[in-house]
Design a protein around this ligand. Structure first.
Ligand code: B12
Ligand code: SF4
Ligand code: SF4
Length: 374
C-alpha cells in the first residue's frame, strides 16, 4: 500500500480508537535535544527519572533497525472533576496532579499504540513498529514537537492549539517512510505567566527547567524534603500543575473524552489523616491504578504529613503523635516532628518533648529539635 494512503488510513483509525491527535515525524537524530540534554546534565538540572544514555535518547537508530519515521500521539485529560468529594467539614485533603487522575495513562496510551500497531500490521505485513510512553528512551515532547502535535512552551510543556497542554504523549518508531508533518509555530509570545507563577523558580528561563527543584519532582522523592520546600509544596501529594493552570492556552480547557481518565474524587483528592496509617494492601487497592503512586506509599505519606503541617491541622495531633512513636521509617517520623512544630500548640510541643527523650535516630532528633525551637 502506498504510504500516503496508509497515513490517511492510520489517521482515521487513530481518531476512531480515541487518539485525540496524531502527527508524523522523521526519525532523524535529535541534535538540538542532544545538546540540551548534555547541558542539563552538566548543570545537574535532570531529575534522574529519565533514561541516562543521551545517545539512545536522541538517536532512534540506536533503538530500532533502520527507522524511517516516528508517529506521535496525544490524549487529552480532564482538568476539572465531574464528581466532587463529599463535604467533610474541617477534614483536610491532599491533591494528586491532573496527570494522575483516573487510570494510569501509561496503560491507556500503550493500549492505543498497540491497537495502532495491529492496524498497521494488518495493512502492511512487513511493517515494524516499536512503541513507547514516558518510560521509553525517547523524549516524548521532542517527538511531539517535531510531529506538529504542539509547540514547546516556556513551561516546557507541549501545548496543542486544540486541547492546551493537559495531554499525555506517546510515540511509535516505524520502518515506514511516512511524509512528515510540519512543526507548529510557538505561540508563547511575550507571555511569561508560567515562569512568574512557578513557586520554586524551577523554570530558570523559558523552556529550561531545573528538575531538582520542580515541585513535581520533589513530591516524588523518598528522603526528607529539604526544609525550604516544605512550605511551598502545600497540600500536593503528587505532582504540580501550577505552570499549566496559569497558561492562557489552557483557559477553559477541560476534556472528558476518555472514561479511563475520569478521576475518583476520593482517590484524586483524598483525606489526609487516613493516609498516615494506610496499610500496604489498602494503598495498593486504593491507589494502585493511578500513575502518581508509582513510587509507592512513602512519598505520598510524607507529603500528606507536610500538608497537615501546612494546614496547621490541630485535629491531626493524635495521628502525628502515633506516627512519631510507632512508625519505623525515620523520614516519616522526622516529617511528623516538623508538622507538629508547624502546628505549634502546647499539646504538640509536649509530644515533641517526649519524643526527644525516646528517639534514637539522629536525623529525626534533629527534626524534633528544630521543631521545638520554632
Ligand atoms: C523526567 C520527566 C519529568 C521531570 C523533568 C521535567 C522536564 N521538564 O524535563 C519532572 C519529574 C520534573 C517532570 C514533571 C512533570 N512532568 Co514529566 N516527564 C519526564 C520524562 C520522563 C522525560 C523528560 C525529559 O527528558 N526532560 C529533559 C528535557 C531537557 O527535554 P524534554 O522536555 O523532553 O524536551 C524538550 C526540551 O529538550 C526542549 N529543548 C530542546 N532543546 C532546546 C533548546 C532551547 C533553547 C529551549 C528553550 C528548549 C529546548 O524541547 C523539547 C521538546 O519540548 C517525560 C517522558 C519522556 N520519556 O519524555 C515526562 C513528561 C515530559 N512529563 C509529563 C508531565 C505531564 C509532567 C508534569 C505536568 C506532571 C505533573 N503534573 O506534575 C510535570 C511538568 C513539569 C514541567 N514544567 O515540565 C508529560 C508531558 C506532556 C506534555 N503535554 O508536555 C511527559 C511527556 C510524559 C508523557 N508521556 O505524557 N517530568
Ligand atoms: S510543575 Fe510546578 S514547580 Fe515544576 S516548573 Fe511547573 S510550576 Fe514550577
Ligand atoms: S503561560 Fe504563557 S509563556 Fe508559559 S507556556 Fe503558557 S503561553 Fe507560554
Amino acid at each position: 500500500m502506498e504510504t500516503q494512503a496508509l497515513k490517511k488510513e492510520i489517521i482515521d483509525y487513530a481518531i476512531s480508537i480515541g487518539i485525540d491527535k496524531i502527527g508524523f515525524a522523521t526519525a532523524a537524530p535529535f541534535t538540538t535535544l542532544k545538546a540540551r540534554l548534555i547541558r542539563q546534565q552538566e548543570l545537574n538540572y535532570q531529575s534522574g527519572f529519565e533514561e541516562s544514555d543521551i545517545d539512545k535518547r536522541t538517536n532512534p537508530a540506536l533503538l530500532f533497525d533502520n527507522p524511517q519515521s516516528i508517529i506521535s500521539i496525544a490524549l487529552a485529560y480532564p482538568t476539572k472533576m465531574n464528581k466532587h468529594v463529599r463535604g467533610t467539614k474541617g477534614e483536610r485533603r491532599g491533591l494528586f496532579a491532573r496527570a494522575s487522575w483516573g487510570e494510569d495513562y501509561h496503560l491507556v496510551l500503550r493500549d492505543r499504540l498497540s491497537k495502532l500497531e495491529q492496524f498497521i500490521y494488518s495493512k502492511m505485513p512487513d511493517a515494524r513498529c516499536k512503541s513507547m510512553v514516558d518510560t521509553g528512551e525517547l523524549s516524548d515532547r521532542a517527538v511531539a514537537e517535531r510531529a506538529g502535535i504542539g509547540w514547546s512552551g516556556k513551561n516546557c510543556a507541549i501545548i496543542t492549539p486544540e486541547y492546551g497542554s493537559f495531554v499525555y504523549l506517546g510515540e511509535m518508531i516505524t520502518n515506514i517512510p511516512f511524509e512528515p508533518d510540519t512543526p507548529i509555530e510557538n505561540m508563547c509570545g511575550t507571555c511569561n505567566k508560567c515562569i512568574e507563577a512557578c513557586p520554586t523558580g524551577a523554570l530558570v528561563q523559558p523552556g529550561q527547567i531545573n528538575a531538582k527543584i520542580c515541585i513535581s519532582y520533589l513530591t516524588q522523592t523518598k528522603d526528607f524534603l529539604p526544609d525550604e520546600y516544605r512550605s511551598v509544596i502545600g497540600n500536593r501529594l503528587y505532582g504540580c500543575d501550577t505552570c499549566q493552570i496559569v497558561c492562557p492556552y489552557n483557559k477553559g480547557k477541560d476534556f472528558h473524552f476518555h472514561e479511563e481518565f475520569e478521576p475518583e474524587p476520593e482517590v484524586a483528592k483524598p483525606l489526609l489523616k487516613p493516609l498516615l496509617k494506610i496499610s500496604n494492601k489498602e494503598f495498593k487497592e486504593k491507589y494502585g491504578r493511578v500513575s502518581g503512586a508509582w513510587r509507592g506509599k512513602k512519598p505520598i505519606q510524607r507529603n500528606a504529613i507536610i500538608a497537615l503541617g501546612h494546614f496547621k491541622d490541630e485535629t491531626a495531633i493524635d495521628e502525628l503523635s502515633d506516627v512519631i512513636r510507632n512508625d519505623p521509617r525515620p523520614v516519616i517520623r522526622g516529617t511528623a516532628a516538623w508538622a507538629l512544630g508547624e502546628i505549634g500548640t502546647e499539646k504538640a510541643k509536649q509530644i515533641l518533648t517526649k519524643a526527644k527523650i525516646e528517639e534514637k535516630d539522629e536525623d529525626v532528633l534533629r527534626e524534633i529539635e528544630v521543631a521545638l525551637a520554632e
